[in-house]
Design a protein around this ligand. Sequence first.
Ligand code: PLP
Length: 402
Amino acid sequence: MNVTRATFDDVMVPNYNPAGMVPVRGEGSRVWDQDGAEYIDFAGGIAVNVLGHCHPELVDALTEQGKKLWHLSNVFTNEPALRLAAKLTEATFAEKAYFANSGAEANEAALKLARRWALDKFGEDKNQIIAFNKGFHGRTFFTVTVGGQAAYSDGFGPKPGAVEHCDYNDLAAFEAMISDNTCAVMMEPLQGEGGIILPEPSFVRGVRELCDKHNALLIFDEVQSGVGRTGDLYAYMGLGVTPDILTTAKSLGGGIPIGAMLTTTEIGAHLKAGTHGSTYGGNPLACAVAEKALDIVNQPEILEGVLKKEALFREILSAINEKYNVFEEVRGKGMLLGCALNEKYQGRARDFMVAATNENLMCLIAGANVIRFAPSLIIPDEDIKEGLARFERAVAAVVNAE
Ligand SMILES: Cc1ncc(COP(=O)(O)O)c(C=O)c1O
């Protein structure tokens, strides 16, 4: 059966608007389309392909487990899930894990757990959830409501209640909003979709202190920032602020759908048998691949490499900007970088992304004003240089089109 990009418009619901080319094969940080054209991948499946495409050790883990056991449901446990949970709890503050299939589901579990914990311990008045404007936590109705972008949450009827938002990095506004009725605060320790915005260290410390003062749980959504992306295994480690609940997905599976919620024994105990669940969550196939991805990423040489690659990106991007003067700043950390467009190019991030695709470079945007790069953590330096040479041609195309 012959399928093309035009087939998409015939048979798919129009909620996505994918690029014109259809990729068919990937290896490392290179991808090929139906016509055999080769692309460099700075998109990384939106911060998912943490070790690039078809990393041999992940392929081995997948095929080995694929020949053994794929799925059981949670009526039975399985060895890869138990090993992955042991490794995640060993490597982080957490003592307990819950597995889901995506970031949104991991966050849904975190929010439901927080509400249960507060109800069990303090009664029904302690139900307020505070989150941040421009935050993104997924597309289920609860997570989209907690996310701070009306464009994603409006237009679907009545929302789950007791959810409030304040500005990121505004500790005074946060202090004015939090009270003893706050049950949880959900935040990204580096806002991704909202525009690659780093938190002020004093803001994160202040949020933690106020959560402690008001007996509210601090939930870090590390779906995008986690699993080595910032050069720390999890971004909270670099900030020196420990959450009560952490959610992780995307890079965790290296391309296989999996999410996890991590927490302490005391808090996790409130998700009693039967209170929450998932048919596929923690299935052996996904967990076997995630275990291997975690083993590889959580090595000092890989994590140090992330910061070296960031430096290379920044050096070349600043040279491009000196020539074309299009960015106000390059921000973010590790392999999660954003080029924020200056005044002259406001609202035009998508034009740069399309121009990059035309130059055989896959990249992302984060809102209308930021071009985002979230490549593999082990992208070879020559692919960074070649990809940025293509990016420079894309920038020139946009600038010269005026
Ligand atoms: C911080 C954050 N949380 C949650 C999600 C949702 O994850 P998923 O698309 O796997 O449901 C995303 C996805 O972009 C994200 O960046």
